[in-house]
Design a protein around this ligand. Structure first.
Ligand SMILES: *[C@@H]1O[C@H](CO)[C@@H](O)[C@H](O)[C@H]1NC(C)=O
Ligand SMILES: *[C@@H]1O[C@H](CO)[C@@H](O)[C@H](O)[C@H]1NC(C)=O
Ligand SMILES: *[C@@H]1O[C@H](CO)[C@@H](O)[C@H](O)[C@H]1NC(C)=O
Ligand SMILES: *[C@@H]1O[C@H](CO)[C@@H](O)[C@H](O)[C@H]1NC(C)=O
Ligand SMILES: *[C@@H]1O[C@H](CO)[C@@H](O)[C@H](O)[C@H]1NC(C)=O
Ligand SMILES: *[C@@H]1O[C@H](CO)[C@@H](O)[C@H](O)[C@H]1NC(C)=O
Ligand SMILES: *[C@@H]1O[C@H](CO)[C@@H](O)[C@H](O)[C@H]1NC(C)=O
Ligand SMILES: *[C@@H]1O[C@H](CO)[C@@H](O)[C@H](O)[C@H]1NC(C)=O
Ligand SMILES: *[C@@H]1O[C@H](CO)[C@@H](O)[C@H](O)[C@H]1NC(C)=O
Ligand SMILES: *[C@@H]1O[C@H](CO)[C@@H](O)[C@H](O)[C@H]1NC(C)=O
Ligand SMILES: *[C@@H]1O[C@H](CO)[C@@H](O)[C@H](O)[C@H]1NC(C)=O
Ligand SMILES: *[C@@H]1O[C@H](CO)[C@@H](O)[C@H](O)[C@H]1NC(C)=O
Length: 633
């Protein structure tokens, strides 16, 4: 009853917007069939080197987040978005889709392999590959594969974990089609995967920025991805007659951490982040929903492998998260369950004013298709106090502390769940423009597409949601394995020391970078800048542009976070060859007339010898010709 009225209300609202009109009257099945192809092609068109790509400046195999170069500029390659997109492409390859448009999917994943092998070796503001792997945590690069120096939320530790999972699924695809798979995977893929597994095992127990790049803490999504990577890594090691000691050692501690810290008993939902810098938020978020989608394994029980879609805590979180948007976005008209509504990342979101996203609304559907498939496979559904409110929304007769085992009951519950999931997809249909382009967001008031156009991840999210709706499931990653379900009684702080074990994946296409040890130096400059001015640092190492006077090589902009009136301090952490004294100087860049002023002195710094020590350089007062320092002494 309720849902019919709600759909009528939405249809009226939507008809005010001509861009949406052509979708009216098209059935959900027709929309899905057409939008699936548009989405799959749309994702490939954002990959450098693909045929008919619309991102010509991108290097071969680099996945661009969106072709948008201004407002917002998303013409970069993110490790996370790329891994999730290529995981989707690999799913398709495994489901039997050989080519899309003029592109062979196998060629697409091979080019991604080469691009990532190269990227693993690029020294960047998070650090270097050698000796301690910190460079692997860098979230984004220019789409030609070079480092991005701007201030950013870094590191983001989900990247290496997701990338490892993608390369393991690519390995599975190779096993399914190539008799030489054991040799290829051992030589080409394993070194690439192993670097990322080392990183996960070494750094999972430190904070990093979340998938929305705003919160520094531990996120459910990141933690789930880390757990999956190490469990799957251990299984692959065995399959290749190898061992993965960091995997076996750290996976149980990650499972322990995940099981004991994120559940908010009072609120009845999973907290997106803990140990976080943004404590004022409710931590109601799409993050755990996307985490469960990544943890999904059709062969797992609902309490297996840390966080399955059919787990009661995920269903409870789904309800709390979806409900948080019913009254928040005008376009949702406070529709009550069992109506679906457009969902966003989290209720406190203020990016572009805070709006619904395609990714998250499709995730609301996908995680339910996953859960429904698991319940069908298991042939039983246990409803408990935790999941009761979720179920009652879509099946008012649901009872707690009861296991539904009769075929008819299970079928009724599963179809209530699937119908609910379909209603989220119907909303996406309603707010898809006629040409099928999926942006990042949907304006919460007008329903118009908003923010970055043709977002790669929006397309990938559409494809994976529809695959699950069509009962196409990725291969098992081992969620039901003994290792995945080994949860120690007491959780401890834990890290595998992988320092000096990181190695360029040469056979996959990494350059043969020497293993010269790098160490970190933090440079600090006192200077009061004028209007339009920024400070930069140059020096005789590659990180600092290998120059002391060339304006074309000024790359390292200094950071302002610690700049105050009493202490106008700029700083830059830089990775430089260990133990080798370096020459450097500061540069003022005035963006109003694009003029450069180099210091008239050459300075020296003394990086630590090989190891992990960071040297904080002296606090330098700027010495620019024709200018004097006019701040506090
Ligand atoms: C890579 O792209 C960036 C941003 O467009 C550009 O500044 C840089 O020169 C490019 N580097 C190379 C090696 O092409
Ligand atoms: C590290 O792990 C311990 C034990 O699980 C946990 O209490 C702590 O919050 C974790 N810290 C971080 C930053 O991951
Ligand atoms: C692992 O060892 C077994 C037994 O020796 C062998 O049959 C198999 O081919 C090996 N697999 C790989 C990937 O080397
Ligand atoms: C848990 O949920 C309750 C009720 O919604 C809320 O008041 C509390 O702030 C939440 N806890 C955390 C740590 O966010
Ligand atoms: C997962 O493993 C548990 C424990 O071994 C087992 O009881 C359960 O049946 C398994 N689930 C599936 C779906 O195979
Ligand atoms: C939206 O619905 C909730 C629950 O039914 C209710 O508490 C709230 O007042 C409603 N908001 C508006 C603006 O009607
Ligand atoms: C719910 O329970 C009522 C009363 O027991 C029953 O009449 C009704 O048919 C049930 N509805 C469904 C959908 O099972
Ligand atoms: C698709 O339609 C949207 C909205 O009307 C428009 O902004 C966009 O440019 C179109 N895309 C293409 C590829 O034509
Ligand atoms: C969303 O649409 C409303 C109504 O058309 C408009 O006022 C608002 O500026 C739009 N929001 C954004 C972020 O563009
Ligand atoms: C980690 O291993 C490296 C290389 O063996 C060693 O130099 C370093 O001291 C170790 N760090 C810790 C914290 O044990
Ligand atoms: C990589 O470079 C090192 C040092 O230059 C050299 O000794 C080694 O043979 C090279 N390896 C390959 C596979 O080219
Ligand atoms: C910048 O401020 C942070 C937070 O107070 C502090 O931890 C860090 O050491 C400072 N860095 C420099 C170079 O001053």
């Amino acid at each position: 009853m309720v849902s019919t009225a709600i759909f009528a209300a939405l249809a009226v609202a939507a008809s005010a917007h001509p861009v949406l009109e052509s979708r009216q009257g098209q059935t959900l099945e027709d929309y899905i069939a057409r939008q699936f192809n548009i989405s799959l092609e749309g994702a490939l068109q954002n990959i450098g080197g693909a045929n008919n790509n619309i991102v010509e400046a991108a290097g071969e195999g680099f996945v661009v987040a969106s072709p948008s170069t201004t407002n917002p500029d998303y013409f970069f390659t993110w490790t996370r978005d790329s891994a999730l997109t290529e995981l989707m492409v690999t799913d398709e390859l495994i489901f039997g889709t050989e080519s899309v448009g003029n592109n062979s999917l196998q060629v697409i994943v091979e080019q991604y392999t080469g691009a990532q092998a190269q990227l693993q070796t690029v020294t960047n503001p998070s650090g270097a590959l050698w000796p301690a792997g910190q460079g692997l945590g860098e979230p984004k690069f220019y789409s030609n594969g070079t480092r991005y120096n701007g201030a950013w939320g870094r590191p983001q530790n989900d990247g290496p974990a997701l990338r490892a999972a993608t390369f393991m699924e690519i390995s599975e695809a190779i096993f399914q089609r190539n008799p030489n798979a054991p040799v290829i995977v051992s030589n080409v893929y394993w070194p690439l995967i192993y670097n990322d597994l080392l990183y996960v095992a070494q750094y999972w127990n430190t904070t990093s920025y979340d998938l929305w790049e705003e919160v520094n803490g531990n996120s459910v999504f990141t933690t789930v991805a880390q757990h999956r990577a190490l469990v799957e890594g251990a299984i692959w090691a065995e399959r290749l007659n190898k061992t993965c000691e960091p995997c076996v050692q750290q996976a149980p501690q990650i499972a322990c951490f995940l099981a004991n810290n994120f559940w908010n008993e009072t609120g009845g939902y999973l907290l997106a982040n803990i140990n976080a810098n943004q404590v004022e938020r409710s931590q109601i978020n799409a993050d755990p929903i996307l985490g469960a989608m990544h943890a999904f394994d059709i062969n797992a029980s609902c309490d297996a492998g840390a966080l399955q879609p059919c787990n009661s805590r995920i269903l409870a979180t789904h309800k709390v998260w979806v409900d948080s948007f019913r009254d928040l976005y005008p376009i949702n008209h406070n529709a009550t369950a069992p109506a679906a509504v457009l969902t966003g990342r989290y209720p406190e979101d203020s990016y572009y004013g805070g709006n619904p996203w395609y990714i998250t609304t499709l995730a609301a559907a996908e995680v339910l298709y996953d859960a429904a498939a698991q319940f069908s496979k298991q042939g039983a559904i246990t409803i408990d106090e935790t999941s009761l409110a979720f179920w009652q929304d879509i099946y008012p007769n649901a009872t707690a502390d009861f296991t539904y085992g009769e075929d008819a009951d299970v079928q009724n519950l599963v179809s209530a769940m699937t119908d609910y999931a379909d209603r989220f997809v119907s909303l996406v249909q309603q707010y898809t423009p006629a040409n099928g382009t999926l942006n990042e967001q949907i304006n919460k008031t007008s329903g118009e597409p908003l923010s970055a156009i043709a977002l790669t991840w929006s397309y990938a999210a559409f494809v994976t949601a529809i695959d699950r709706r069509n009962s196409q499931f990725p291969p098992s990653w081992g969620a039901n394995s003994t290792l995945a379900n080994n949860i120690p009684d007491t959780c401890k702080f834990s890290s595998y020391n992988a320092t000096t074990q990181y190695t360029p994946a040469l056979a996959a296409g990494a350059p043969n970078v020497t293993k010269d040890c790098e160490s970190e130096v933090i440079f600090q400059l006192l200077w009061v800048t004028g209007p339009g001015e920024n400070t930069y640092i140059v020096g005789n190492t590659s990180f600092l542009g290998n120059t002391l006077d060339d304006t074309d090589k000024v790359i390292e902009v200094m950071r302002t976070q610690n700049y105050t009136t009493p202490e106008p301090k700029w700083f830059t952490p830089a990775w430089v060859p260990a133990g080798v004294p370096i020459e450097y100087k500061y540069v003022l860049l005035n963006s109003t007339d694009n003029s450069y002023t180099f210091e008239n002195v050459t300075r020296y710094a003394y990086p630590a010898a090989c190891g992990n020590n960071t040297v904080v350089s002296t606090l330098d007062t700027g010495s620019f010709p024709g200018r004097s320092y006019d701040g506090p002494q």
